[in-house]
Each structure stands twice: as C-alpha cells, then as structure tokens.
Design a protein around this ligand. Structure first.
Ligand SMILES: Cc1ncc(COP(=O)(O)O)c(C=O)c1O
Length: 487
C-alpha cells in the first residue's frame, strides 16, 4: 500500500516543471511580440485548404508526454502560419477587433491564477475587480447607483440573459417557477442580431412570438409599426414583454430612437433592452458624442468589451439598471455552494446573481486595458475607425458604380457595386465572388450581407492598427476587382 502511494506521488511533478514554464513563457512572449510586430508582412488569411489544416492536426490522443518546447515548435509550424490575422490593418470583417497587449497579458494572468468568479471564496480581489469593472461599464452607459450586471462569453449570452430577465419581470416573477403559461411577445427590428431569435426560443417565448418590425431608409425601427404590433398582440391577449432596441446594428451600425422606445415601453409597461454589443464602443467616443443617446433609459443593455473595447475574446456584458433583477431571476443557493464565513452577507457570489457557476476572470483584461490606455485613448481608436468608415462611405458615394446603404454613424459601412450594365439578379453572386478575391489577396478581408433583399459588401474597421490609407487602398482594390469580375 505504502509503495503504491509512493509510485503515485512520482506521477505528480514536484514543481510542475516551473523552469520549463518560465523558459517557455519568455519564449512565447517573444514569439507573439514578433508575430504582432510583423503582422502586415504575412497574408491576412492563410492560403490553405481546410483538409490540409485538419490533416496537420490529425493525430491520435497522445499517451506520452512531449516537452513544452516541442509543443510550441508545433504551434510555430502549424498554428501561426494558418491563423486569420484579425490584428492585420486590412481586417474589416466580422466584429473581432485587434486585442490590446495589456488585455492579452491579462488573460495570461487570469489563467495562471485561475480565480473562479462564481464565488467570492474562490477569488476575493478578482470579485472586487469584476464588481469595479461592471461599475465602470455601467457608468459609461450612464446608469446610476443600484446598477449592476454580469460579464458573459459575448453578446449572444448577454442578450439571452436580458430576455430571461425581461420575461421574469413581465410575469411578476412567476415564470421562474411556473414556466411560461401565457403567450408573450418580444419586439425588435429586422436589423436585429440573430441572438434575439435564439434567446426568445431558449426562454420559452418562441420565435413565432418575435415580432420583427420593419426599418426605415436608415435601417432604424419604424415606430408606428412597432406600436401597431403591440396593439395587435394586446387585442389577441398576448402579453408584450420586451422591446429590443438596436444600439448599433451589425450590418450598418444603425441606432434605433432609444428615447422614443423608452416612451413606448413606459406607456405599455414593457421592458426595454438595448443591444449595443457592437455600438457600445461609441460610449468611449470623443468626436461623436451622443450617438447612443437614451441608452441610459433602458432596463438592460448588452455591450461587448471584446468588440469595440478591443479586449481579447471573450468578454461580453449585460448591464442592468437595477442589479436586484439579477437576484430575482437567478437567485438560488444550494447547500453545497454556501459561504459559511459570510456573516454579514458581504461576499458577492456571481453564481447566485447570474446563470453560470464557474466563470473566467474576464474583467481583468477589461480593467487592465482601461488602466493602461484610459478611456480617452481607447475613444480615439474608436473615433479613428468611425472616420475611416466615413471616408469609405464618401469614396463609394462619389463613384458612379457604387451605392451605399447609409452614411455610417459607427464604423460599419455597407456598399454595393451596381453598374447599370449588370442585371440585379447577378449582383449577389458577383459580390460573393469579389469578397472571395479580396480574401485571396491576403491584404484585406471583408464580408457580404443583404439589406432589404439587396447584396452588399460589409466593411467594418474595428482595429487600432488600421490607417486611413488602408481604406483608400481597399477602395481602389474593390473598384479594380469588381470591374474585372464583370468582364
Ligand atoms: C448587435 C450584435 N449583437 C450581438 C452580437 C453577438 O455577440 P457575440 O458574438 O459576442 O456573441 C453581435 C455580434 O456581432 C452583434 O453585432
């Protein structure tokens, strides 16, 4: 028996190879600093076929150990050459900004300390940093005392939590126990993010009860149509639960008239949620204040630090005007998760006031970036992206073969190549082909989308490395490749 225990002890390295950790940690920092420094010299998107990448990693589960240095060699050989360089100044695709160095290092610290934000007893200072970071985000929104929130894996999860809170509130807190017993409806614009469709499903309201309200020519929600939809539901005995306003839509960065939404919500007794997952970055803007005017009136707001606050993935946030709603919606405490030392109820346990138990220390990267760069500097990066978007809008407007969806208030621009000689039905595949050519160039990455049935390029600078010259070059490139595509 004693012998067996000794044998077992030997399988646990006495110091978990801290020498190896130290040496390879330094190497990794150098490797990544070199990688980031030379980002513009490699193709933005790897020229590799999916099968080849899958083959690179097709090996059986390792039974035997490999020295860390060799594992890192493999990363250098097989991972780094085949990443999508969202850090590249020409990356204008889905909203995944370049992360700040301070944020990157914060995630390293968070992993090393492995504080679990679910319970105060698993990380007192980490809980304090999380509470402070949420307070800072609530301050940016303009919320007063009593506000709170949860950091989440992203905007999808934040929107889901918001709809659950709205549903519970609208039922006078009966749905947590009884489930959804009466038909309920949620109202949002046709420019909403798909997370709202998924959330109404998950919280039991159902996608058929999501009222998708048309938008005007600036892609903001039509208020008369919203009011009609609410009235129609009331007449049929359906309970209006929540209006989801856009605080920066994914396609065009459109912001709904939030004050007017508040008035309607107040008159009708409905929860107002604002999805500012992307547009929340505008709260840092100095040159364009007030774009999210009225956001502070919402009952809840989604904003994603891992979008336009330049935090590395993942960090979303749902913020509440009244923090107590989190406890009303989620507040359960099983016997195996009590805080026996908490005589006066001062220990804040996030698992009681939210959906998740184990939680990453997500706030550290947001907190460290605010400390290192300050809101002024981050706001300048946001403003530079807005200026770049406006520049692209002007270039496209001035060109006879391009049209734009609308002038951007944020940094998302939708432009459409539509020369008189090309029939409308060919434009969708043309845009897809051109986007493919853009990817192959290794210099830029843009996406395509559809607005009111028409195909568009969607170009979205959210990157502090991007310069105005990159935008000019992208537009010249698009003009050339589009012309080639119709030949
Ligand atoms: C407006 C909006 N809401 C929600 C989301 C989902 O956010 P996430 O990707 O962080 O889950 C996005 C993503 O782009 C978005 O643009």
């Amino acid at each position: 028996m004693t012998q067996d225990l000794e044998a077992l002890n030997k399988t646990v390295p006495p110091d978990m190879d801290l020498q190896e950790f130290r040496a390879n940690g330094h190497r990794l920092v150098d490797l990544l600093a070199d990688h980031l420094e030379t980002i513009g010299t490699r193709p933005l998107f790897p020229e590799v076929k999916p099968e080849a990448v899958y083959d690179d990693f097709a090996e059986p589960l390792p039974g035997q150990p490999t020295p860390l240095a060799e594992v890192i060699d493999t990363l250098e050989a097989k991972l780094l050459p085949h990443v999508t360089q969202v850090n590249h100044p020409g990356y204008f695709g889905y909203i995944t900004p370049t992360p700040t160095p301070a944020g990157i290092l914060a995630d390293f610290v968070a992993s090393a300390l492995n504080q679990n934000l679910g319970l105060y007893s698993l990380g007192p200072a980490a809980v304090a940093i999380e509470r402070r970071t949420i307070r800072w985000l609530a301050d940016l929104v303009g919320y007063g005392a009593g506000a709170g929130g949860n950091l989440t894996s992203g905007g999808m999860m934040a929107n889901l939590i918001a709809l659950k809170l709205a549903r519970d509130w609208a039922s006078d807190d009966r749905t947590q126990g009884e489930g959804v017993r009466e038909p309920m409806a949620v109202y949002t614009s046709e420019e909403r993010h798909v997370s709202i469709d998924k959330a109404v499903d998950v919280v039991g309201i159902g996608r058929e009860n999501l009222r998708i309200i048309p938008t005007d020519e600036r892609f903001t929600v039509r208020l008369e149509a919203l009011e009609e939809a609410i009235a129609a539901d009331r007449a049929r005995g359906i309970l209006p639960v929540c209006i989801v306003g856009m605080g920066g839509s994914t396609n065009t960065g459109s912001v709904d008239p939030l004050r007017r939404l508040r008035e309607i919500a107040d008159r009708e007794g409905i929860w107002l949620h604002v999805d500012a997952a992307y547009g929340g970055g505008m709260l840092l803007s100095r040159a364009n204040p007030g774009v999210l005017d009225g956001v502070e009136l919402a009952d809840s707001v989604t904003l994603d630090p891992h979008k336009w606050f330049f935090a590395p993935l993942d960090a979303g946030a749902v913020l509440l005007k009244n923090e107590k709603r989190l406890t009303r919606s989620f507040g359960m405490r099983p016997a195996y998760l009590t805080e026996p030392q908490d005589g006066r109820g001062e220990r804040y346990d996030y698992f009681v006031h939210g959906l998740e138990q184990s939680r990453r220390f997500r706030s550290l990267k947001v907190w460290m970036a605010f400390k290192r760069y300050g809101t002024d500097r981050i706001g300048e990066w946001v403003d530079a992206n807005v200026a770049q978007a406006k520049r692209l809008y002007e270039l496209a407007e001035a060109h006879p073969d391009f049209v734009t969806a609308r002038e951007p208030d944020l940094s998302a621009v939708c432009l459409r190549y539509s020369p008189a000689t090309v029939p409308d039905e060919e434009l969708s595949s043309l845009h897809a082909r051109v986007a493919r050519r853009v990817e192959e160039s290794g210099r830029f990455w843009i996406s395509t989308t559809e607005l009111k049935g028409d195909a568009y390029f969607r170009v979205n600078p959210v990157n502090f490395r991007t310069r105005i010259e990159d935008i000019d070059e992208l537009f010249r490139f698009l003009v050339r490749v589009c012309a080639e595509a119709i030949r």
